[in-house]
Design a protein. Sequence first.
Length: 304
Amino acid sequence: MIDRATVFGLAATLFLLAVVIVAGAGWEAHAFWQTPLVALVLGGTLLTTVMAVPGARFRPLVRLIRNAFYVRTRPPAELVVLLVAMADIARRDGLLALERLAVGLNDDFLRRTMRMAIDGSEAATIEAVARAEMESVDLRHAAGAGMLESMGRTAPVFGMIGTLIGLVIMLGRMNDPGNIGPGMAVAMLTTLYGLVLAHVFCFPLARRLTHRSSEELLCRTITLKGVLAIHAGDNPRIVEQKLRAYLPPDALGEGSLADAASVREALRSRLVTRDRAHASEPAGVRGEAPGAGVRRPSDLEEAA
């Protein structure tokens, strides 16, 4: 899902800059675009980042920037409702009742931790494996945000370098006073480019990625605590109380258990439908691998 706040913020900022430039320069606004100066600032920023960052981390730069514009995590409140519903199913029908449901989960982290719980792994083992994966994700996300921050610190430097180059060229032509004004304007453009690149793109996107990483780690923490509670056989009310601690006040309404009950019934009906469809298939078709042909719900609305 596209992050509308990020897209709107970036578009609105660029529009505001364009309005100010057009209002001040009028028909001369095209003078604010100088391709060689853009190449100096953008190219210099990217090339110095290539020198500073290992190649394996620089290659996914486009994917990293794209992640800042997309929300890939489920809202924590919906995740809590789903886990409470799964705890209710496990409480009523046993932990093995979640085995076929776990196959259809679209959340890879939830699916893996739930499969470990169903397979009978100890709680300490489940937590150790999940924590190691969460630490790896945190380090990878921190490296990506740090690369954008490095680019944000470098861009104004190349803007200043371009300005100094322009001033040197301008001072070498002092014999023609008519070139001083236009030469100074062109020299200052690189500083403008560097500041825009740093403070409109790099730093905001780096902060957005940091926030996105915090959201993902929160969801994974909620998932881990929920799976451990289900593994321990806790009552669904206890599971909800444990997971509420990770949410802001009033994030879950009073009817959260009722919501979990409706999700539980939807999951049950989905399993019944699968069983009927599986039973109606020919014997040769039913011999496929577990999980084959199962449509995985991508979010809570599909499950409900």
